[in-house]
Design a protein around this ligand. Sequence first.
Ligand SMILES: CCCCCCCCCCCCCCCC(=O)SCCNC(=O)CCNC(=O)[C@H](O)C(C)(C)COP(=O)(O)OP(=O)(O)OC[C@H]1O[C@@H](n2cnc3c(N)ncnc32)[C@H](O)[C@@H]1OP(=O)(O)O
Length: 161
Amino acid sequence: MEETQRPCKRVVDSQTEQTYLMRPNYLNCYGNLFGGQLMGWIDEIASIVAMRHCEADITTAAIDNLNFKEGATVNDVVVLRGKITYVGRTSMEVRVDTYVESRHGIRKVINRAYVVMVAVDEHHHPIPVPGLIVESENDRAEWEGGEKRYRLRKQRRKEGF
Ligand SMILES: CCCCCCCCCCCCCCCC(=O)SCCNC(=O)CCNC(=O)[C@H](O)C(C)(C)COP(=O)(O)OP(=O)(O)OC[C@H]1O[C@@H](n2cnc3c(N)ncnc32)[C@H](O)[C@@H]1OP(=O)(O)O
C-alpha cells in the first residue's frame, strides 16, 4: 500500500490485456485450448504486468488457483487481463483473468490465476518494488485478499511446501 519511503504506482499503470485468435497449434488432442499453452500465456502476461510495475527484471515465484471453467476452441477469441493486486517488499501478486469472447463481445470466464512475481537484480537477488496506490473500493478488496494470500503462502513455506 502507500508508503512515504518508496515510490508508489497505480494499478492502472501496469494493467495489461492480451488477445489471441485460437489457432490449431494452441489446442490439445480433444480440440480444446491446451492447458499448458494457457499457463504459458498467464505467466507471460503476469510477467509483463510485474515488469511494468517494478521497472526491473522479474522471476516467477508461485502460481495459484488454476481452474478451467470453460473451454475454447479453434476460431474463438481468448482474452487475458492482468493487474497488480498486492505488493510486498520485493514481491508482487498479479491477478490474471482469462475469458473466451463471443462474436458479440460477451465474455465467459475460463480461468482466474494469482501469480507471484519477484523483482530481481542482475545477480538474481530480490530487490524492492514500488508500493501500490489503492484508488478504489475494488482495489482495496483485491489488496486485502492479496494480503491474506501473502500470509498464507508464507505459512505454507514455513511448513515446508
Ligand atoms: C506448442 C505449445 C507450447 C506450450 C508451452 C507451454 C509450456 C507450459 C508453460 C507453463 C508455464 C508455467 C509458468 C512457469 C514459470 C516459470 O518459468 S517458473 C521458473 C522461474 N522461476 C524461478 O526459477 C524462480 C526460482 N526461485 C528463486 O529464484 C527464488 O526462490 C526467488 C523467487 C527469487 C525468491 O528468492 P529468495 O532467496 O527465496 O528470497 P526471499 O527474500 O526469501 O523472498 C523474496 C520474496 O519472494 C517471496 N517468495 C519467495 N518464495 C516464494 C514462493 N514460493 N511463493 C510466493 N512468494 C515467494 C517472499 O515472500 C519475498 O517477498 P517479499 O516479502 O519481499 O515481498
